[in-house]
Design a protein around this ligand. Structure first.
Ligand SMILES: Cc1cc2nc3c(=O)[nH]c(=O)nc-3n(C[C@H](O)[C@H](O)[C@H](O)COP(=O)(O)OP(=O)(O)OC[C@H]3O[C@@H](n4cnc5c(N)ncnc54)[C@H](O)[C@@H]3O)c2cc1C
Length: 425
């Protein structure tokens, strides 16, 4: 049913997802309160690799993926680490991850991911054009590196899918790679160019830009932590850490890795974990890089940014409150030096952030089945920066009772949990 009045929406979380929701909602005429205990764009939305990776439609779990895990864990510079104290708690999630990786399910996940990814560039065009934020974005494509022909052959299924889905890519000769990136040496490996990739030169600042644009249009900012949420057929109520009470028509939960704390109070729980990633930022790099460059073999991504060169990656399972282990950031540098042995420079900083990750690599989008006035917008894992503006548009359409334009059933929370009886409306 179309909503004709001006609903009041509270959005919890001012990362790229919540900030984009706030902007879209206020543009459509909602009254919006954006709440976060941090300033907009400070968490994982700031330190990521900055890429708008339209072609990344493949789930991390796929046939054979789980068999690679022991080798990764045994390699101190490998792409994955599970802290010993977190090994047992990770097992149920890894089981669901393995279950999501059968061939039929992988096809379903790819199809669903494509429906979201199809519009990510248009949605960035829209939000950046309307806010005057085009300078945050570059459209340089991305170079993907494989150390050996064998590594490339292992990903053949992804290239077959890309062909089928019409996702453009091309192999680069050694000369073509050298012309694009003279500082990168690949030996006998394979380089692929993906023209549709774009990147943001400062993802944290771009997120703040979007949140500020929402405030300029009239959204309110509440710098506080939401402690309790409740909902009934007529609206939602929240209480914050500082004791503020909020009443609203709609609640949008965009609280990243902390989203279970919110939906838990409404009787739901999903297998959402923190998949921690790291970066090393080189303020004055010894090497000039012109495109995002990703190694499919070594799982490291180099992104040229406004403040220098960002070297990022890694998947660490260590729980929400464990201290960062910056050896992971140093391993990323070591892996990057395989392609650029002299990579270094001055003004080096290290960072850790928490990806909100679900086992099937899809986010949760849409209403809680028992509480239509509570909308979920979390769990975007590796692709939250890419899908933030698209998520914001979809959520704003749901609030106004409009067709979101895609089938949201693959993103429903009910794929993980049932509606609790007490919350039936
Ligand atoms: C190393 C690395 C590289 C990455 N590279 C890319 C990339 O190239 N492209 C891409 O698309 N994605 C990338 N990602 C993933 C991307 O960064 C995330 O998916 C995205 O930032 C998640 O955004 P979010 O808004 O959901 O969460 P967040 O940015 O974490 O925002 C959630 C917010 O909710 C707030 N919050 C939580 N609980 C409460 C509460 N109770 N009350 C008030 N506020 C609350 C938090 O303070 C936080 O600010 C990368 C991630 C990492 C770690």
């Amino acid at each position: 049913m179309r909503v004709t009045h001006r609903p009041h929406c509270v959005v919890i979380g001012a990362g790229i997802v919540g900030s984009s929701c706030a902007w879209h909602l206020v543009r459509k005429g909602a009254r919006v309160t954006l709440v976060d205990s941090e300033h907009p764009g400070q968490g994982v939305s700031s330190g990521n690799a900055g890429c708008i990776c339209k072609s990344s439609v493949f789930p991390f779990s796929h046939p054979g993926a789980i068999r690679k895990v022991p080798g990764w864990l045994l390699n101190p510079h490998g792409p994955m680490r599970i802290s010993w104290s977190h090994f047992l708690p990770s097992l149920p999630w890894l089981y669901l991850f393995w279950r999501a990786g059968n061939a039929n399910r992988v096809e379903e996940i790819i199809s669903a991911q494509v429906t979201l990814m199809n519009s990510v560039i248009d949605d960035y065009d829209d939000i950046l054009a309307e806010t005057g934020g085009e300078a945050w974005r570059k459209s340089h494509g991305m170079i993907l590196l494989y150390d050996t022909q064998k590594d490339f052959a292992r990903d053949a299924w992804k290239y077959e899918s890309r062909e089928r889905l019409g996702i453009p890519w091309q192999k680069l000769s050694q000369d073509e790679l050298a012309a694009l990136e003279p500082g990168i040496h690949l030996g006998e490996g394979v380089a692929v160019f993906e023209p549709e990739w774009q990147h943001l030169v400062d993802p944290g600042a771009a997120t703040r830009w979007i949140a500020d644009a929402a405030f300029k249009r009239g959204a309110s900012w509440l710098h506080d932590r939401v402690r309790t949420v409740s909902a009934n057929a007529t609206g939602v109520s929240l209480v914050t850490e500082s004791g503020r009470s909020l009443q609203a028509d709609q609640l949008v939960i965009a609280a990243g890795v902390w989203s279970n704390e919110m939906i838990g109070q409404l009787g739901y729980k999903v297998p959402l974990i923190s998949k921690r990633g790291y970066h090393t930022m080189i303020g004055k790099p010894s090497l000039e890089i012109h495109h995002p460059i990703m190694s499919a073999t070594r799982h490291v991504l180099l992104t040229p940014m406004r403040a220098g060169l960002r070297v990022s990656g890694t998947a660490e399972f260590a729980g929400l409150d464990t201290k960062p282990d910056y050896r992971r950031a140093k391993s990323l540098m070591q892996n990057a030096r395989y392609y650029a042995p002299d990579l270094g420079g001055e003004e080096i900083t290290e960072w850790m952030g928490q990806r909100p990750m679900l086992p099937d690599s899809l986010p949760v989008l849409g209403p809680l089945p028992g509480q239509q006035n509570v909308l979920c917008a979390f769990g975007h894992g590796h692709y939250g920066l890419t899908q933030g503006p698209t998520t914001g548009r979809i959520i704003s359409k749901l609030v106004f009772g409009e067709d979101p334009g895609i089938d949201l059933s693959p993103f429903s929370i009910s794929r993980f949990c049932k509606q609790p009886e007490a919350s039936s409306q």
